[in-house]
Each structure stands twice: as structure tokens, then as C-alpha cells.
Design a protein around this ligand. Structure first.
Ligand code: ADP
Ligand code: ZN
Length: 214
């Protein structure tokens, strides 16, 4: 059982590590970004609201995000732990999460801070391609599909996420440095944050995470 957060800038590889972690620890992967994208795809009210912000690389308003995240955490499958990815993203969200967990007599075991340089982030984000059908992720240089533009797993068409263009990506990184980075200090105070090098290979990064989580 482990309650953990993956912190780190856009493009740090949170999604890749999350996939491996949920398999190893048998905990649900809660990605607020995925929840929003799913809602956009299905044309819900929530999706319409979130889309305005996401397409500009801005943050979705705190209260909306907090409600979505805590609703998800109330589900039964989170009783034995969870992996939060992309939430919290502001100090306000972190405080709300702490309050929510405290109200249930729970607390975070570990906060994992994935560290990658801004320059590397831009390369990763703008080269990222995702499968329209199954969501698998590729990279035009680092991890190209066998057939260009086609998913190795299901044959689906690969597309670029709406917010992965250069301009929006730059803004997302700025927003991260301004709004989310202060969370490192916030969790430094509670003493349960660990810093993991996200510039080495995905396998090596995962090994380091497992060392920390046990
Ligand atoms: P990445 O980590 O690659 O930027 P995510 O999929 O986590 O991507 O998030 C994509 C977008 O969804 C963000 O840029 C933001 O607009 C919105 N979003 C996701 N989570 C949050 C959050 N906790 N608070 C505010 N906005 C969020
Ligand atoms: Zn696919």
C-alpha cells in the first residue's frame, strides 16, 4: 500500500513512470490531465471548461480541479493507496489535498519529484506523439514507432496532443516553474519528498523510484 504523488514538469516522464508504478504496486493512476482529456473527448461540460485553459497551457482553476481529484480519491479503489499524477499543481491544491487526507486519517507516504532540465523538456514535449486509439506514447527521435505515424501496439494513428506545440509547451513550463515548483518547498517541510533524476533512462529512473518506495 502506497500513497504517492508524482511531481515534475510537463515532459518529465510522469506518464511513463506512472504506468510502471501502478503495475508494480497495484494502485490506481489518477491523472487530472487524463481526466480532462477524456471529458474533452466526450464533449462534457467539464471538458468544455477545461479545454479553454489547457489549449493555452494555463492551469484549470483550483476549485474545479480539487473537486474532480477528491471525488476520484473517494472511490473504493483508492482505499489501499493511489498514485497522483499532475495533481496537486499549486500550493492551494496541495493544502486542499492534505486537508482531505487528514479528514480520513490518511497521509502521503512519499512525494516523488522528477527532475529534468527545461531544454530537455521542450525536446521531449514537441517530439511526443500519442496514439489516437489506445493512448500509447512515442517520440519522433527518442522512441519512434516502427511505421511512422502508426501505433506499434494497435495500428492506430499517432497525433500530437493539442498542447504539445512549441508555444503552448513553453507556457506550460513557465506555469510549472511559477505555480508548481513552490510545491517542492511545501513538501520539503513535511519531509517526505525525494528527488529523482529524470534525465537518465526510463528504466534507471524506475529503479530509483522503486528503491525509494520499497
Ligand atoms: P503535463 O504534465 O504533460 O503538462 P497533464 O496531462 O498533467 O500534462 O495536464 C495537461 C493540462 O491539464 C495542464 O496544462 C492543465 O491545463 C490541466 N491540468 C491538469 N492537472 C491540473 C491541475 N492539478 N491543476 C490545474 N490544471 C491542471
Ligand atoms: Zn495504439
Amino acid at each position: 500500500m502506497v500513497r504517492t504523488i508524482l511531481l515534475g514538469p510537463p515532459g518529465a516522464g510522469k506518464g511513463t513512470q506512472a504506468e510502471r508504478m501502478i503495475e508494480k504496486y497495484g494502485i490506481p493512476h489518477i491523472s487530472t490531465g487524463d481526466i480532462f482529456r477524456e471529458n474533452i473527448k466526450n464533449g462534457t461540460e467539464l471538458g468544455k471548461k477545461a479545454q479553454e485553459y489547457m489549449n493555452k497551457g494555463e492551469l484549470v482553476p483550483d476549485d474545479l480541479v480539487c473537486e474532480i481529484a477528491t471525488d476520484r480519491l473517494k472511490k473504493d479503489d483508492c482505499k489501499n493507496g493511489f498514485l497522483l499524477d499532475g495533481f496537486p499543481r499549486t500550493v492551494y491544491q496541495a493544502q486542499k489535498l492534505d486537508e482531505f487526507l487528514a479528514g480520513r486519517g490518511e497521509k502521503l507516504d512519499k512525494v516523488i519529484d522528477l527532475e529534468v532540465s527545461d531544454e530537455e523538456l521542450m525536446k521531449r514535449i514537441t517530439g511526443r506523439r500519442v496514439c489516437k486509439e489506445c493512448g500509447a506514447t512515442f517520440h519522433v527521435v527518442n522512441f519512434p514507432p516502427a511505421v511512422p505515424g502508426k501505433c506499434d501496439k494497435c495500428g492506430g494513428i499517432l497525433i500530437q496532443r493539442a498542447d504539445d506545440n512549441e508555444e503552448t509547451a513553453k507556457n506550460r513550463i513557465d506555469v510549472y516553474n511559477r505555480e508548481t515548483k513552490p510545491l517542492v518547498d511545501y513538501y520539503e517541510k513535511s519531509g517526505n519528498i525525494v528527488h529523482i533524476d529524470g534525465m537518465i533512462s526510463p528504466d534507471k529512473t524506475f529503479e530509483d523510484i522503486v528503491k525509494v518506495l520499497g
